[in-house]
Write a new protein. Structure first.
Length: 330
């Protein structure tokens, strides 16, 4: 038996159907794992009694403005408002505190993250919600070295150089999971002279790239990224910490990038689904049942930045039609 596929639902669109319609759509497509970026009441109510597993998120602005890092009562209040009303009928597996905080360049936010996670853990334990894990999704910018994968090393630049050590210690102690947002698309975009497109698209026919230190052969860029993170955790003394791909995907369009197409997005995401279903793991973790969350459920017309940022969706929010076809039942 292989791993599992989930989907990120960000709600950054003014064209969305009602939460009830969206939840029914998820069930019709057998999509049973969702990472929510916001805990709006109407949305949370729609998931009650549906058997869908949820990762709940605390956005960076809410994390910084809630006082959660400084006072326990901030985390207590969040649990009271966002978990207590729904816990009896909703499968909540994790709270993701912040998102890609190291990418923000905000030293205060980075320093606050692990403190807020500790307070969240206490708040959950007070209520007997010990089954809900606490973590924070990070971007690949946490690595100073990623090639070869066995040389993966964390940067020593984030908030006094101790962020990663404190985070890993917390995750190990609380038996939680490391979350990584891994995007071969962006690595390929920034390194087209040295990365083959087929490797970035996870094509089975791609040429092997070999780690000369371990002899491991890599046919896809995603596994290179994952093993680099695993090697970096091992270097700090956490070789067996569980790992989830909290975001990954490929945009279906975007000016300036002729490789941001619906065809390539379909190839990448279908190949990922197939790889996860196989359950073979990576060279450093053979047999690993990978859990990966595709980004994103819908195109997001209210999202800022480059056009590609608004076109990672698998479905159109207006009518729930697919941007391209995917088989989720591999």
């Amino acid at each position: 038996m292989g791993g599992s596929i989930g989907i990120n639902f960000g709600q950054v669109s003014d064209e969305l159907k009602s939460p009830d319609e969206i939840v029914d759509f998820l069930l019709r497509n057998n999509l049973k794992k969702i990472r929510l970026y916001h805990t709006y009441r109407e949305t949370m109510r729609a998931f009650q009694g549906k058997g869908i597993e949820l990762i709940l998120s605390i956005p960076n602005n809410s994390l910084k403005g809630s006082g959660m890092a400084w006072e326990q009562k901030g985390a207590d209040w969040w649990v009271q408002e966002n978990i207590d009303p729904y816990i009896c009928k909703t499968h909540i597996s994790m709270v993701a505190v912040g998102n890609e905080v190291t990418l923000t360049g905000d030293g205060d936010l980075i320093r606050q993250t692990v403190r807020a996670m500790r307070h969240m853990r206490v708040a959950l334990d007070k209520k007997g919600y010990d089954h809900i894990r606490v973590s924070t999704p990070l971007a690949m910018d946490i690595l100073s070295d990623s090639w070869p994968p066995s040389a993966g090393t964390f940067k020593n630049v984030h908030a006094g150089h101790e962020f990663m050590r404190r985070l890993l210690e917390f995750l190990q102690y609380t038996r939680s999971t490391f979350l990584i947002n891994a995007y071969p698309f962006f690595s390929y975009r920034d390194n087209r002279s040295v990365i083959n497109l087929d490797n970035a698209l996870l094509q089975p026919s791609a040429s092997d790239v070999r780690d000369h230190k371990t002899g491991h052969a890599y046919r896809n860029l995603l596994f290179q990224q994952l093993d680099a993170v695993i090697a970096a955790m091992r270097q700090l003394g956490y070789p067996h910490l569980p790992l989830i791909i909290s975001e990954t995907g490929w945009p279906s369009q975007g000016r300036d990038y002729d490789f941001a197409t619906a065809v390539n997005a379909q190839i990448y995401n279908q190949n990922l689904i197939n790889i996860v279903a196989e359950g073979r793991g990576t060279p450093m973790r053979p047999g690993w049942k990978i859990e990966a969350y595709l980004f994103a459920l819908f195109n997001e017309n209210r999202k800022g930045g480059h056009e590609i940022e608004r076109n990672f969706g698998l479905f159109r929010p207006t009518d729930l039609s697919p941007v391209y076809g995917l088989n989720f039942l591999c």
